[in-house]
Design a protein around this ligand. Structure first.
Ligand code: ZDR
Length: 373
């Protein structure tokens, strides 16, 4: 079993795992696409748009982030996810406003900073505007980013593309509510103009400093918000002459503040919330069996017999192995703890025990989220 926290950024929700310690990092080495799909399943699992791991740094940063989409694919970056990561680290480590983290991602070093009001401001780095960096087969047009018209489901769409580590296609429209997001989003995600697939955004310009958008995420479908997508949308609209260098971007889950000065080498800045929802433990049933490598021969009964490890040799996790009674009472590693628990039970009333449990839960929760906004 391992511990996770559920966070969301404007309804884009993630299962966060603190894998900075070696033990959890080793467990997370066993994270497969199938396990991500199970964890993210909203009926049979925890439910999330993705899974995010906080890992030990590898290239001099403070922490390394890996994110997996609900379909198990691994994108380079996630804007809402990195705000959730920052909030999660602050809640876990007791960090206060002004704290910044150098986060290693597949899109390079990204730097979120916790603000006094509890929101997170993120230096998202410079946008990718060269076709091969996004990647897209569209060619750079007069606005200085890849542009063109694409035939999709019988419609001709005028699109522009930008990368924020991950690929985005942006389609300005008169009315985002009138867009067939399911049909066009699904088709554009896998359009041959985007060899690594793409996130898809329809944007309506309300005024030069106020945009409204709807999102189809690569690997997740329609989501309530997309941080990298809001950045890419502002970049595209700015270069197309549709908005100013700072705008409020309304997503179905709420607004983000995005700023970019229009210089291709300058960072895009994103500000928005990240909220803790609950903590939990993933059960062995949900996590499932050890993955079997594709080239491993099928197991036989003889293999199964050889794999039976003598009970005495095993490191026993009493909480899971001994639920129906101690399996080796003569050498029980928990005997002393159990004796202390029995003594406590004998001298305490049921009310005492209930108070103890609720005090303990409350103090742990307060310790994690003290000062949280
Ligand atoms: C859109 C996203 N949730 C964010 O907030 O930036 C990123 C998730 C990754 C996305 N689905 C992709 O690039 O595959």
């Amino acid at each position: 079993m391992f511990h996770f926290s559920k966070y969301h950024g404007l309804g884009n929700d993630f299962l966060m795992v603190d894998a900075r310690a070696e033990e959890t990092a080793t467990t997370m080495d066993q994270l497969t696409a199938e396990r991500v799909q199970r964890l993210c399943d909203r009926r049979f699992g925890v439910g999330a748009d993705g899974v995010i791991l906080a890992l030990p740094p590898q290239v001099g940063g403070d922490v390394r982030m890996r994110i997996f989409n609900a379909d198990g694919s691994e994108p380079e970056m996630c804007g809402n996810g990195i705000r959730c990561l920052a909030r999660f680290l602050a809640d876990s480590d007791g960090d206060g406003p002004g704290q910044r983290w150098q986060v290693e991602t597949l899109a390079g070093r990204i730097v979120p900073e916790l603000q006094a009001d509890g929101t997170i401001r993120v230096d998202m780095g410079a946008p990718f505007l060269r076709p091969e960096a996004i990647p897209t087969t569209l060619e750079v047009g007069p606005a200085g980013l890849p542009q063109g018209s694409l035939e999709v489901n019988g419609n001709t769409l005028q699109v522009a593309a930008a990368g924020m580590g991950n690929p985005h296609v942006v389609i300005p429209v008169d009315d985002v509510d009138a867009v067939d997001l399911e049909g066009l989003g699904a088709a554009l995600e896998v359009h041959p103009a985007f060899p690594a697939r793409t996130n898809v955004h329809f944007v309506q310009v309300l005024n030069p400093s106020h945009l409204r958008m709807r999102v189809w995420e690569r690997g997740a479908g329609p989501t309530l918000a997309c941080g990298t997508g809001a950045c890419a949308t502002l970049v595209a609209c700015r270069l197309l002459g549709l908005c100013s260098s700072q705008a409020r971007v309304d997503l179905p889950g709420g607004p983000l503040g995005i700023a970019w000065d229009g210089d291709p080498g300058s960072s895009v800045w994103m500000s928005g919330p990240a909220v803790a929802v609950f903590d939990g433990l993933v059960t062995p049933e949900l996590w499932g069996e050890e993955p079997v490598s594709a080239d491993a021969p099928a197991a036989t009964n003889a293999d199964a017999a050889a794999a039976v490890v003598p009970v005495q040799a095993m490191a026993v996790d009493c909480a899971t192995v001994c639920v129906n009674g101690c399996i080796r009472p003569d050498a029980c590693p928990s005997a002393e703890a159990r004796a202390r628990a029995m003594a406590l039970l004998e001298r305490s009333s049921l009310d005492d025990l209930l108070n103890l449990a609720s005090d303990s839960l409350e103090s742990r929760t307060r310790a994690r989220f003290v000062g949280g906004g």
